[in-house]
Design a protein around this ligand. Sequence first.
Ligand code: S5P
Length: 256
Amino acid sequence: KVHPLSFEQRLSLIRNKVGRRLLEIMLKKQSNLAVAADVTTSEELLSIANEVGPQICILKTHMDIIQDWTESVSEKLVHLAKLHHFLIFEDRKFADIGNTVELQLTGGIFHIAQWADIVNAHIIAGPGTIQALSRSAEHCGILLLAQMSSKGNLAVQEYTQKALEFAQQYEDAVFGFISLGCIGDPNFLYFTPGVKLEGGGDSLGQQYTDPKTVIAIQGSDVAIVGRGIIQSSNRREAASTYRKACWDAYLQRLEE
Ligand code: S5P
């Protein structure tokens, strides 16, 4: 299942603009590391973005866990993203009917469509979810959840195949997947959460795999690392260690 193509070769295969911009950033920074900044204050979120910014291609946010969110937080994030050359991925996991998703994407207090480069969606509600996202956020690239990292999750077999079919139908808007590795089509990019150098898990079903397994063996393109970096006493150094481990794993995949 793991294809032999390099990121340079994939550039011409990705139809979505944001996907191509991401690949360019990855190649320039030699980074296929995304950091999940799962903290609850805007001060910490922004300081993480600044600390790990130079090492990452993506900062992944959960805006709804920030206790003091205001529009200026998103403005400052966008500023840091430009400064350090990374994309912002709001991990909202849209999962409702199209009409509701459109309101969630553009309305509320978060106005996700105004600042996120990438958003993601479950496929449980059918293609209307994707249609809504691509219509109301033309400049956002979309990732579909094809597999999950948590114990007992239902995104397996036919469900995963369905996600691939949906993506192929909306290739202008969808450029990749949340998955455990490559699920078969090199025209998409694969983003894998549940990554930690030491492996293991947490008390709520998270299951960790190391970067080398995820990228070199399972064929994922971008590793999403949260607590492995966020809970480290030196986040800058941890991000640098992870960036190198993930990029080396990508180079190793190319050699095989
Ligand atoms: O299947 C998934 C999908 C996602 S997007 N499993 C996940 O863990 N995630 C997200 O990745 C999760 O919401 C969190 O932000 C991050 C993993 O964080 P960590 O601290 O466990 O590395």
